[in-house]
Design a protein. Structure first.
Lengths: 158, 66
């Protein structure tokens, strides 16, 4: 079955290779609040709200770009891990893929609803930060778990 | 939906792995179909019929719940 919206199988390993280190570095640097000065840059911004100030569109802000770099790496690599073909991609795997995706969206929004109701103010920034990655993360976990279950199930036969 | 893939496969004396290769799907998919866990697409059904040299309706039959 020819599916145009999935990456070739080899991108899955490339994805893992980037994803794991960037998650580790991302978590550690975020928790320790580490921002190396050499990554401080003046960068263009589409929307700016100054601290206790007014809002405007388009401008230049001074920003540490470490979290942007890590964020891009994490999003791109988890897309590769999530949406690269399996070695033996066929229509049954596509069905498992779809089910896992729906399941991941449900779980993600269930957690988001609970967080919305019970986490407030600045603490909610953590929710928004993690929520950028959780849909794909839940999908990756569920899909790979289902696939490994499938591979084990096949030893009955003949 | 019921299917007689296992029976047809026995008639032809081929393994799940052989059939998987012929039908261009994974062995897990053949297994899941035989266990009634997966209903194949029209394309795959036609391919199976071609391999077993029978009509599609001889492999697949509707059940009351369908």
């Amino acid at each position: 079955m020819n599916v145009r919206y999935l990456f070739p199988n080899k991108f899955k390993n490339i994805g893992w290779f980037i994803l794991i280190p960037s998650v580790v570095i991302g978590l550690v640097t975020h928790i320790l609040d580490y921002e190396p000065i050499l990554l401080d840059f003046n960068v263009p911004a589409i929307f700016i709200q100054e601290f206790l100030g007014d809002k405007h569109f388009i401008g230049i802000v001074n920003n540490n770009i470490l979290n942007e770099i890590l964020g891009v790496l994490m999003i791109v690599s988890s897309l590769l891990v999530a949406f690269s073909k399996e070695k033996s991609e066929d229509e049954y795997i596509l069905k498992i893929r779809l089910e896992s995706l729906v399941w991941a969206v449900y779980l993600n929004y269930a957690i988001l609803l609970i967080s919305l109701l019970f986490i407030f103010d600045l603490s909610f920034l953590w929710v928004m930060l993690l929520n950028m990655f959780t849909i794909l993360l839940f999908f990756i976990i569920r899909f790979n778990w289902q696939i490994s279950k499938l591979k084990k199930s096949v030893f009955y036969e003949e | 939906m019921k299917n007689s893939i296992k029976v047809e496969r026995a008639k032809k004396n081929i393994t799940q792995a052989d059939l998987a290769k012929l039908a261009k799907v994974s062995r897990q998919t053949i297994n899941a179909m035989e266990l009634g866990k997966y209903v194949p697409s029209t394309v795959l059904s036609l391919r199976l019929a071609q391999i077993f040299e029978v009509e599609v309706s001889q492999i697949f039959t509707l059940e009351e719940s369908d």
